[in-house]
Design a protein around this ligand. Structure first.
Ligand SMILES: [Zn+2]
Length: 386
């Protein structure tokens, strides 16, 4: 069915959801202060492909994305523009949804804006304090990482290595690697009322609260960029384990690798930002999908327009094949279609699947046949609109 690489065990595992046929997937969503760039697009397209594939195997997916509107970058930009953080984040939230639409991503069922969850976050922090997983230090609340077995396993770090990070610095922390749950500083220009005074619910606890309110005590896949493994995902897992009293509340940690631009991480300060909407407008989402899926999701991509355009002839071949699709599929093509799906089932090996699709097209354009039904199913799986 599906084998998938689990970053937690560092192994390719047989995937079996907690409550089949439903597969619950949480994806770390956007911070709402800017437009979607190519790196973000790759992440959401990867899980869109996963969901489309799972659907062909009889699963039903339930995808939850958290929308980070409580964040220092959001506050800073709102202050510069002289507007409320909420006005700013709402604008970028709408733009993000527009980008998903441009990218033909239809598989996300729930969007959760963090600011709608502050009461829940406060409640969960209180119960973590009660359980002695969290403590107050000079008004800030921290998570005591020593209370969690295996802390560091997801990001593959020993206690010694964890101790080297200068994590959420503040006075009277118990351990260097303890991370913040609630920041009592009033320097941000925006703050909320919690059970433990005014402040800002900090990054990692936002996800854990959103996920437990939506999915309950467990879910199947946690997704996001691989650079989020530490501290973000490590912290989320520690909190979620403490909140649920479960050793394995998440089955699979599935991380997508970065998209570089001009050899470097995409960022405004480097001046190498490539916006998803610009690429879709210029080249179409079909070409963008073929380009991104031609590299395995666990490998980095160094974006380059020439490489993107190289997929044009392949796209043309697919379009020609669609015109040749008939009422039946010949045996040789049937075998290749099976290989196409088997490749996706093997740790979502999209480059291999695309190789099989190319072979299918070559044969169909010579003297073999592919049915409209089979052809359409492949297009739907890849999210191509031909
Ligand atoms: Zn997250």
């Amino acid at each position: 069915m599906l084998k998938i690489y689990n970053s937690f065990s560092s192994k390719i595992e047989d995937f079996e959801p907690f409550d089949p046929p439903v597969v619950k997937i949480f994806i770390c969503g956007p911070t709402l202060y800017d437009y979607t760039h190519l790196g973000h697009a790759r992440i959401f397209l990867t899980y869109d492909l996963l969901c489309r594939f799972l659907k062909t195997r009889g699963y039903k997916t339930d995808v939850l994305v958290n929308m980070t509107d409580i964040n220092q970058s959001v506050f800073n930009k709102a202050i510069v523009q002289g507007i409320d953080y909420h006005t700013l984040s709402q604008f970028y939230s709408n733009e993000f949804i527009k980008d998903l639409d441009l990218l033909n991503i239809k598989t996300i069922a729930r969007f959760a804006h963090v600011s709608d969850y502050v009461k829940n976050i406060s409640k969960h922090i209180s119960s973590l304090i009660e359980k002695r997983n969290a403590y107050s230090a000079n008004g800030n609340i921290y998570f005591d990482t020593k209370t969690i077995k295996d802390y560091g396993k997801l990001s593959k770090q020993s206690r010694k290595q964890l101790n080297l990070h200068r994590m959420d610095i503040g006075p009277n922390k118990k351990n260097q690697e303890d991370f913040m749950l609630w920041n009592c500083s009033e320097d941000f220009g925006f703050s909320w009322k919690g059970d433990f005074g005014k402040g800002v619910p900090w990054w990692h606890i936002q996800d854990s609260s959103v996920v437990i309110e939506n999915f309950g005590l467990h879910y199947d896949v946690h997704g996001g960029a691989d650079e989020l493994a530490y501290p973000h995902h490590e912290a989320h897992l520690a909190q979620y384990k403490a909140m649920t009293d479960l050793e394995t509340p998440v089955k699979i940690w599935m991380h997508v690798s970065l998209v570089l631009s001009k050899g470097e991480k995409i960022s405004k300060s480097r001046g190498n930002v490539v916006l998803a909407r610009d690429l879709v407008t210029k080249y179409g989402q079909n070409l963008l999908r073929l380009y991104l899926f031609s590299t395995h999701y666990r490998k980095e991509i160094d974006y380059n327009e020439k490489n993107l355009l190289r997929n044009k002839s392949f796209l043309k071949k697919i379009q020609q094949t669609s015109l040749r699709a008939s009422h039946k599929t010949s045996e040789d093509i049937s075998a290749l279609i099976q290989e196409f799906y088997a490749s996706l089932g093997n740790d979502l090996n999209s480059p291999k699947a695309l190789n099989f699709l190319e072979k299918i097209c070559t044969k169909a354009l010579k003297n073999s046949n592919i049915s409209i039904e089979d052809f359409t199913r492949i297009m739907d799986t890849l999210g191509l609109r031909i």
